[in-house]
Design a binder for this molecule. Structure first.
Ligand SMILES: *Cc1c(COP(=O)(O)O)cnc(C)c1O
Length: 337
């Protein structure tokens, strides 16, 4: 079925704005930089998962489900947006969260609690390994749970980013902009897979560069393979001929640092630079790292004045607060400013 025919339950304020970052471009002496503000999707502080949830929630409602279950890290933006989507559609929400219950809920976790989600603490497992068991218990007690995978990254959720390309194409046409590259954080892969299929479907001619955020577990299929397989499932759902090749999925793993959710100097620098030149807040886990990658590519000469780059701001700022101590331990150069 074509993308226009896929069931979608409106949750976000779309389209999100696109605008230029002239002061950041000037400071870096690089290409023209545009930003796509998916931090402003509007659902309980916004973020990229809202686009996926529009399709996932529509599917849950069509199946007559009354409970959403998903999983993530304690500071998961995906879990927070899922909790909000459940609240506003009158469903219950259960979250399988990595780690142990902290003494005080902060950041996204505080918001999960305020939104009425039930949290299940799963120790070392933060990718939904225990979801099936929670769903089974809920079924036994008479609920109708709908399981949303880690990050909302299946062929239904990713449709949100197929549609996002159509939205962006219209905006760029109106603005008279021609984007040569788009850079974004890529972690569970649904955002990237949707963008790659959307680019093929809507004929937008720009390089899509995913910045890897998470090393993954030893033994996992390489992340790029996972994204490629997901693009095939999305294309099949949309009834498209196979149209994606391995070369269409570009993931740069040069900025993984000390691993998922660990803030280092590159993330700290990127967050402060964008805050101080443009008044825009990135996040410590995803967009801070993706922007550090973009800055490094500009400084390294991979992107030049002839290019126009679109940075996809995927949200995440609620996690700034629980990362307060990591964000303040700055190198001397920053202390001085
Ligand atoms: C989930 C998330 C991403 C990554 O999107 P995926 O579809 O999981 O690859 C990027 N940025 C933020 C803020 C996120 O919450």
């Amino acid at each position: 079925m074509a993308i226009e025919q896929q069931a979608r339950h409106p949750l976000g304020f779309l389209p999100t704005p696109v605008h230029a970052l002239p002061r950041l471009s000037e400071l870096l002496g690089g290409p023209r930089i545009l930003i796509k503000r998916d931090d402003q999707t509007g659902l309980a502080l916004g973020g990229n998962k809202t686009r996926k949830l529009e399709y996932l929630v529509a599917d849950a409602l069509a199946q007559g489900c009354d409970t959403l279950i998903t999983a993530g890290a304690a500071q998961s933006n995906h879990c927070r947006q899922t909790a909000a989507a459940a609240a506003l559609t009158g469903m219950a929400c259960h979250l399988a969260l990595g780690g142990q219950a902290p003494a005080l809920a902060d950041g996204n976790l505080l918001l999960d609690c305020l939104l009425g989600a039930r949290c299940h603490w799963s120790g070392d497992l933060r990718k939904g390994e225990g979801i099936g068991e929670i769903a089974e218990q809920l079924r036994r007690s008479g609920s109708r749970p709908y399981v949303i995978p880690y990050g909302g990254s299946n062929d239904i959720g990713a449709l949100g980013f197929v549609s996002a390309i159509r939205e962006l194409r219209g905006q760029l046409e109106q603005m008279g902009e021609r984007v040569t590259h788009s850079v974004f954080a890529s972690s569970s892969g649904g955002t990237q897979a949707g963008l790659v299929v959307g680019r093929a479907l809507f004929g937008l001619d720009m390089a899509l560069i995913g910045i890897g955020i998470d090393k993954g577990e030893a033994g996992d299929a390489p992340f790029r393979e996972q994204v490629l397989r997901l693009t095939e499932r999305i294309a099949a759902r949309l009834g498209l001929e196979p149209c994606i090749g391995a070369a269409d999925v570009v993931v740069r793993n040069d900025w993984l640092g000390a691993g998922y959710g660990v803030v280092g100097d590159p993330e700290r620098e990127a967050i402060k630079l964008v805050a101080r030149t443009e008044g825009i807040l990135l996040d410590p886990v995803y967009t801070g790292r993706a922007m550090a990658g973009l800055i490094a590519m500009i400084r390294g000469g991979e992107l030049s004045g002839a290019d126009t780059v679109l940075f996809w701001h995927t949200g995440g700022a609620p996690a700034l607060f629980p990362y307060a101590s990591a964000l303040q331990s700055a190198p001397a150069a920053w202390q001085a400013r």
